[in-house]
Design a protein around this ligand. Structure first.
Ligand code: SF4
Length: 418
């Protein structure tokens, strides 16, 4: 841990200020506005029918109580945990160690069906799989499973829809449908693990299927995870709990946010050292106010202070996600300004991940040119900020809040399958 140095003034906007400046705007949909004409932010989940209570929503003690309520001895809770969280099944027929009498009722009471698969798209020769799920009330969410050398990453959704109203985002268009339950989040991981175990994710590369499972989770699918704080944290506890959960490493779990500052501070105080990512996308309030509407509530400097605070509290290096968008946020002066703002808060606490967009000719949401991307990265690295351009697969789903180019990717994947 190091002390936070005083924040020094950052450079004024330098010579390339004359470069073209494309301003964010929605294309093909109307961004919802409040009475004062500001993009509408929805923090509270609309009241809708809750999903059925599930084992993964409960603490270990609550699971025992529920099992006893269903007429079985408490130790059966542990058996159910193992079947569901370690063997990835909620099929009573697989659970032959439970007594036949009452088994179906127990499973129905604690492991109700939460996700129905609607669609599955495979790309990268089966190494990337996008799932579309229907929840019990008809709401749709996505998750994306990706095999990389040495790891398997699952990008999960934490809300149906999203209330943050970012103008580039397909999810933001419809607003927030509702928060997902902890178990609906966990079920995405369990279903992915079941698929991997069945040999359904690309080439296992010499590793036996039954030894493989999801190693990394990124909360970068639909929704703003920190707007659904309690359920996301319950899900993280289930993922990391070695005795009653999935026993995953907290370091392999990345919680991202567009900058809900009070929740970042709360996250820093949890005793679970997850990786924290701030989806910044602009270092100046003038642009970020339009690009990430929650910036009207918490400004760039406040979000960066909170991110630095996360590092100080946990010792975990923070990631800054930055989608490079042609002539919108990819200017050299913005790379310098970002480097200044990060260096002003100390050294060695942060890593920047610029994510090139897909080329989308004719759209304002299109890729920076290659030399512009390279210059952006070079300037940050030269300023002492470790910066790595994400690969093309990761750009859509492993960063940038997931939804940046979701529609385009859907179309491409659908075309590939046609
Ligand atoms: S980019 Fe993320 S925070 Fe913004 S509207 Fe989309 S899902 Fe929500």
């Amino acid at each position: 841990m190091t002390d936070t140095p005083p924040v020094r003034p950052t450079k004024a906007r330098p010579a390339d200020a004359a470069a073209p400046q494309v301003r964010p705007k929605t294309e093909g949909w109307s961004q919802k506005k409040d009475a004062d004409g500001r993009p509408l932010l929805q923090f509270a989940s609309p009241r809708r029918g809750k999903p059925p209570v599930h084992l993964a929503d409960l603490t270990p003690d609550e699971r025992v109580a529920k099992v006893m309520e269903l007429g079985m001895p408490g130790f059966r809770a542990k058996q159910l945990e193992k079947h569901y969280l370690n063997h990835y099944t909620s099929d009573a027929a697989d659970m032959t160690d439970l007594p036949a009498s009452g088994r179906d009722e127990l499973v129905a009471g604690l492991l109700p069906l939460l996700l129905t698969e609607v669609r599955r798209l495979e790309t990268d020769r089966g190494d990337t799989i996008k799932f579309l799920w229907r929840l019990h009330d008809g709401a749709l969410v996505e998750s994306v499973l990706m095999r990389y050398p040495g790891r398997i990453t699952l990008c999960v959704s934490s809300q149906a829809g999203c209330g943050m109203n970012c103008p580039f985002c397909a999810t933001g268009q419809a607003g927030l449908t509702r928060n997902m339950s902890a178990a609906e989040i966990i079920e995405q991981v369990v279903r992915a693990n079941a698929l991997i175990r069945a040999g359904g994710l690309g080439d296992p590369r010499g590793v036996g299927h039954d030894e493989e499972r999801v190693t990394n989770i990124v909360f970068m699918g639909m929704g703003e995870p920190l707007a659904n704080y309690a359920r996301v944290m319950q899900a993280v506890r289930v993922m990391t709990d070695k005795k009653h959960g999935m026993g995953m490493s907290a370091r392999g779990i990345t919680v991202s946010t567009v900058g809900l500052v009070p929740a970042i501070k709360k996250l820093a105080d949890e005793d679970i050292p997850v990786t924290f990512a701030l989806s910044l996308h602009a270092p100046d309030d003038e642009l970020r106010d339009e690009l990430i509407p929650v910036n009207s509530r918490w400004k760039v400097d406040e979000a960066l202070d909170a991110a630095r605070g996360y590092f100080e509290r946990t010792g975990r290096r923070v990631s800054i996600e930055y989608a490079l968008i042609k002539d919108m946020n990819d200017h050299a002066w913005r790379a310098d300004l970002l480097a200044d703002k990060l260096n002003a808060r100390g050294r060695g606490w942060v890593h920047v991940n610029p994510i090139p967009l897909n080329p989308t000719p004719g759209s304002i949401w299109t890729a920076s040119e290659k030399h512009v991307q390279d210059e952006f990265v070079r300037r940050l690295n030269d300023a002492g900020i470790p910066t790595t351009l994400r690969d093309t697969r990761g750009k859509e789903i492993d960063g940038a809040c997931g939804q940046l180019v979701a529609t385009t990717e859907d179309e491409a994947a659908a075309a590939a399958l046609a």
